[in-house]
Design a protein. Structure first.
Length: 179
């Protein structure tokens, strides 16, 4: 085992700062009677707070005051910027969708204007089973002339198939209404 002088010399060579710490001593020093004084100070503060009269109850603030407080919170810079960004994005989205709808509607209207009435009637006649009744009624009510549908060209098999589909689509309540 090394002697204390050799250990001190080795510690001095390796780290002079550690040697200074060792010479200072161990732990922290506290003033004399620290814990007794601390106990007295804490008790005095507790007793002082017990002697303070209770504060008068604050009446509940009105809903308007509460709303103002919430608005103050929202108007802080971070929240105000985020709310403004969201509002801007919503506005831009609605504007973009509105413009897309106008462009689509304009194109469809232009294409439909190119078609003559006979072509439209022929298309509806050929694809009559694709349309629902409300759409056909709306179309017929918007026309200047009555809708010319030719049911004479339907084959009996097509009529039977149509009636079979209608019967299959009927539910119990509809059948009871017919009876």
């Amino acid at each position: 085992m090394k002697r204390p002088d050799e250990l001190r010399k080795e510690l001095e060579d390796l780290s002079p700062r550690l040697l200074k710490l060792k010479e200072q001593g161990e732990g922290f020093n506290i003033p004399a009677n620290y814990f007794q004084r601390l106990q007295k100070e804490v008790l005095e503060k507790v007793q002082a707070t017990e002697n303070v009269p209770a504060s008068t109850p604050v009446p509940p603030s009105s809903w308007l005051d509460q709303l103002k407080e919430q608005m103050q919170f929202l108007l802080q810079p971070r929240w105000a910027l985020s709310l403004a960004s969201v509002a801007l994005l919503i506005t831009l989205g609605i504007t973009w969708l509105y413009q897309q709808n106008q462009v689509t509607t304009g194109r469809v209207g232009t294409e439909l204007a190119k078609l003559d009435q006979q072509t439209l009637d022929a298309y509806i006649q050929d694809n009559l089973h694709e349309f629902d009744t409300e759409t056909l009624m709306e179309f017929a009510s918007n026309q200047d002339h009555p809708l010319q549908l030719n049911f004479d060209e339907l084959q009996p098999e097509e009529i039977d198939q149509y009636f079979d589909e209608l019967i299959q689509d009927l539910d119990d309540e509809t059948i009871k209404e017919f009876l």
